[in-house]
Ligand binder design. Structure first.
Ligand code: NAD
Length: 492
């Protein structure tokens, strides 16, 4: 399945003709064995991910394998319902009826990152296949072995040859695949690469979904359970060594409890078992960003009350940055992708919302408060794709029903949930008469004349006056002549 790019799309298109012709229920039946393989070979897959990405074994299991089973089961159950033909009620053309069918794009290209090296590519690949597409996957060059697990999952499914193919390689390979003109691209990665792939897609054009980075914030209100919130922050900022698009990078904490919350957070950060739980910098290049962001913080005279130093070549001690001017620092404004979190105070809800929204990104956020009405009111004003109250936004990636994605520079389009599946399809509408009756012409066909013009003018006024019945009376005269025309249109 590892072919030279060039022949991949041709083979994929041929296979898709067969696959796309199956009903959604038939595709579900064929893809169902994937979860059996995941469950039977769980420990083996956990070892592959742990070794290649460096995350703790528990995270390979709990953040990748188990949510993948949950998501695949959900797809298997929901796909037939979500992709079923839907009738469209025609309000004005009551003599006709219409239905919408969701069709696969054809060949979907999935380009994925290294930080969730199984679950991210698997989510996109599975949704695309369930929707009836062929898929070409270009996994991150940093974690190709984890992506190969998807091949093992599909082995018992007896898919048409070429329906799923992996093309390994770096960004240049990804760029070449886009040039070959897939029918849709699902891209997950950095903003910088997202810009390039969007520009490349524009040349064709190829529709695309972009899942990009974030500087996700946690808002801690004074009435929050501070011990719980500190535990959440310590985990949310550092799991997978902080290499998570939705990791907590910014904390806004209400001024009166700031000192208590930060003390609890420092305590939690210092108690993380860095040997067994923290994970590691997955590849060398990532270390430079962490060092640059820490240098920037120091140059600005910010406080680093804990962490701030490399434990070895692949581990940074969990780090808190705070102080006057922290919001201008790189740790606040740019994605760090490391176990570093920055904190700043807010005085009231308006300020918390304003500070949260003062960023180019908008992936997830979380609000911690015992007052759920207040937390919801704040959540409703946050400009981002997902908000969790008294839990972390990142956790929503593990919930199959939840449409995942951001806005602004965090990207657009969704994976997971009904939207994620629908994004792998396009709609075709078929409209037909309820009863066939062929008149000489429809009232809007040639030749145009004054009577016809007046009738449509009356129709426009009547439609506009829908909520003001008196006006309809005013146009009754005109309307009658329109009805005369419409009466010539076949009806039930
Ligand atoms: P990256 O942008 O460097 O690479 C992502 C993928 O794009 C890789 O497979 C890479 O080979 C490929 N690529 C690079 N240049 C390309 C080009 N010109 N044309 C086509 N493909 C190209 O990102 P990364 O370092 O692998 O991943 C980390 C980033 O991903 C972070 O910014 C993180 O926030 C983001 N991310 C976002 C989500 C989300 O759901 N929003 C999830 C995980 C990761």
């Amino acid at each position: 399945m590892n072919q030279e790019s060039g022949s991949v799309l041709i083979a994929a298109r041929q296979a898709q003709e067969v696959w796309g012709a199956l009903s959604p229920a038939e595709r579900c039946h064929r893809l169902a064995p994937m979860t059996d393989v995941l469950s039977a070979r769980m420990r083996e897959f956990v070892e592959v991910i742990h070794a290649e990405n460096g995350k703790a074994r528990f995270e390979a299991l709990g953040h990748e394998v188990v949510p993948a089973i949950d998501y695949l089961k959900w797809l298997n159950k929901e796909t037939p319902r979500l992709l079923a033909d839907k009738p469209i009620t025609l309000k004005t053309f009551i003599h006709r009826r219409a239905r919408e069918r969701r069709l696969p794009f054809g060949v979907m290209l999935v380009i994925s990152p290294w930080n969730l090296p199984l679950f991210i590519p698997l989510s996109s690949v599975a949704a695309a296949l369930y929707a009836g597409n062929a898929v070409v996957l270009k996994p991150s060059e940093v974690t190709p072995r984890s992506a190969r697990i998807i091949e093992a999952l599909l082995e018992p499914c007896a898919l048409p040859e070429g329906l799923f193919q992996i093309v390994e390689g770096d960004g240049a390979v990804g760029a070449r695949l886009i040039e070959e003109g897939p029918d849709k691209l699902m891209f997950t990665g950095s903003v910088a690469t997202g810009r390039k792939v969007m520009a490349a897609c524009a040349a064709h054009p190829i529709p695309l979904t972009l899942e990009l980075g974030g500087v996700d914030a946690m808002i801690v209100c004074a009435d929050a359970d501070l011990e719980y919130a500190a535990s959440a922050a310590a985990w949310g900022a550092t799991f997978n060594h902080g290499q998570i698009c939705a990791s907590v990078e910014r904390i806004l904490v209400e001024e009166p409890v700031r000192a208590r919350f930060e003390a609890a957070l420092i305590d939690r950060l210092e108690r993380i078992n860095v040997e067994s739980d923290l994970g590691r910098i997955t590849f060398e290049g990532q270390r430079g960003t962490l060092e640059a962001h820490l240098d920037d913080a120091r140059a600005r005279g910010l406080e680093i009350p804990t962490g701030g130093r490399l434990l070895d070549a692949r581990r940074l001690a969990p780090t808190l940055v705070r102080g006057e001017g922290v919001m201008e620092a790189a740790v606040w404004r740019e994605e760090t992708f490391g176990p570093i979190v920055a904190s700043a105070p807010f005085k009231d809800d308006d300020e918390a919302v304003a500070l949260h929204n003062a960023t180019r990104f908008g992936l997830t956020a979380s609000v911690f408060s015992r007052d759920t009405r207040r937390a919801n009111a704040i959540a409703d004003r946050l400009r981002c794709g997902l908000v969790s109250i008294n839990d972390l936004g990142a956790t929503l990636y593990g919930q199959p029903e939840v449409p995942w994605g951001g806005n602004r520079q965090s990207g657009f389009g969704r994976s997971h949930g009904s939207e994620g599946l629908i994004e792998c399809t396009w709609p075709r509408v078929v409209e037909e008469p309820r009863v066939d009756k062929f008149e000489p012409k429809r009232p809007w066909w040639y030749p145009y004349d004054l009577k016809q013009y007046q009738a449509f003018e009356a129709l426009g006024h009547a439609l506009a006056a829908d909520s003001k019945p008196k006006k309809i009376k005013h146009f009754a005269q005109m309307g009658r002549s329109l009805m005369g025309m419409l009466s010539r249109v076949p009806r039930l």
